[in-house]
Design a protein around this ligand. Structure first.
Ligand SMILES: [Zn+2]
Length: 82
Protein backbone atom coordinates (compact mmCIF):
# COMPACT_ATOMS: atom_id res chain seq x y z
CA UNK A 1 0.00 0.00 0.00
CA UNK A 2 1.02 3.60 0.07
CA UNK A 3 2.81 5.39 2.86
CA UNK A 4 0.76 6.66 5.72
CA UNK A 5 0.31 10.43 5.48
CA UNK A 6 3.08 11.11 7.90
CA UNK A 7 5.13 13.50 5.84
CA UNK A 8 2.75 16.37 6.35
CA UNK A 9 2.99 16.30 10.12
CA UNK A 10 6.75 15.91 9.83
CA UNK A 11 6.84 19.04 7.76
CA UNK A 12 4.52 20.85 10.12
CA UNK A 13 6.57 20.01 13.19
CA UNK A 14 9.68 21.18 11.39
CA UNK A 15 8.00 24.45 10.48
CA UNK A 16 6.74 24.93 14.00
CA UNK A 17 10.23 24.60 15.41
CA UNK A 18 11.42 22.57 18.37
CA UNK A 19 9.17 19.74 19.38
CA UNK A 20 6.84 20.46 22.21
CA UNK A 21 3.18 20.17 22.80
CA UNK A 22 1.38 23.16 21.43
CA UNK A 23 -2.30 23.61 20.95
CA UNK A 24 -4.02 24.90 17.88
CA UNK A 25 -6.15 28.03 18.28
CA UNK A 26 -9.24 25.86 18.27
CA UNK A 27 -7.95 23.60 21.04
CA UNK A 28 -6.71 26.64 22.90
CA UNK A 29 -10.16 28.18 22.75
CA UNK A 30 -11.79 24.98 23.98
CA UNK A 31 -9.44 24.71 26.95
CA UNK A 32 -9.09 28.38 27.77
CA UNK A 33 -11.96 28.53 30.20
CA UNK A 34 -10.71 25.55 32.15
CA UNK A 35 -7.16 26.82 32.04
CA UNK A 36 -8.15 30.18 33.50
CA UNK A 37 -10.24 28.53 36.20
CA UNK A 38 -7.26 26.43 37.22
CA UNK A 39 -4.98 29.44 37.22
CA UNK A 40 -7.35 31.39 39.40
CA UNK A 41 -7.70 28.44 41.72
CA UNK A 42 -3.93 28.40 42.11
CA UNK A 43 -3.65 25.00 40.47
CA UNK A 44 -1.00 23.91 38.01
CA UNK A 45 -2.85 24.93 34.89
CA UNK A 46 0.10 24.15 32.65
CA UNK A 47 0.16 20.57 33.82
CA UNK A 48 -3.57 20.23 33.28
CA UNK A 49 -3.47 21.78 29.82
CA UNK A 50 -0.07 21.05 28.29
CA UNK A 51 0.86 23.31 25.42
CA UNK A 52 -1.39 26.13 26.44
CA UNK A 53 1.36 28.38 27.70
CA UNK A 54 3.44 27.76 24.59
CA UNK A 55 0.47 28.63 22.45
CA UNK A 56 -0.29 31.81 24.35
CA UNK A 57 3.32 32.86 23.91
CA UNK A 58 3.19 32.37 20.19
CA UNK A 59 -0.33 33.58 19.53
CA UNK A 60 -1.18 37.19 20.47
CA UNK A 61 -4.86 36.71 19.65
CA UNK A 62 -5.27 33.85 22.11
CA UNK A 63 -3.07 35.59 24.67
CA UNK A 64 -5.48 38.51 24.53
CA UNK A 65 -8.45 36.20 24.95
CA UNK A 66 -6.71 34.63 27.89
CA UNK A 67 -6.04 37.98 29.54
CA UNK A 68 -9.57 39.26 29.17
CA UNK A 69 -11.10 35.98 30.28
CA UNK A 70 -8.87 35.93 33.28
CA UNK A 71 -9.70 39.52 34.15
CA UNK A 72 -13.38 38.77 33.77
CA UNK A 73 -13.29 35.57 35.78
CA UNK A 74 -11.11 37.20 38.41
CA UNK A 75 -13.54 40.07 38.93
CA UNK A 76 -16.45 37.64 39.13
CA UNK A 77 -14.55 35.63 41.65
CA UNK A 78 -14.11 38.63 43.86
CA UNK A 79 -17.82 38.89 44.44
CA UNK A 80 -19.01 36.96 47.45
CA UNK A 81 -20.50 33.67 46.36
CA UNK A 82 -23.64 33.98 48.37
ZN1 LIG B 1 -4.15 30.93 19.07
Amino acid sequence: MSDPPRRFSDLMSRLLGPAGPELTCEECFEQLDRYVQLELAGRDADAAVPGMRAHLHGCPACAEDHDSLKALAGSEDRRPRR
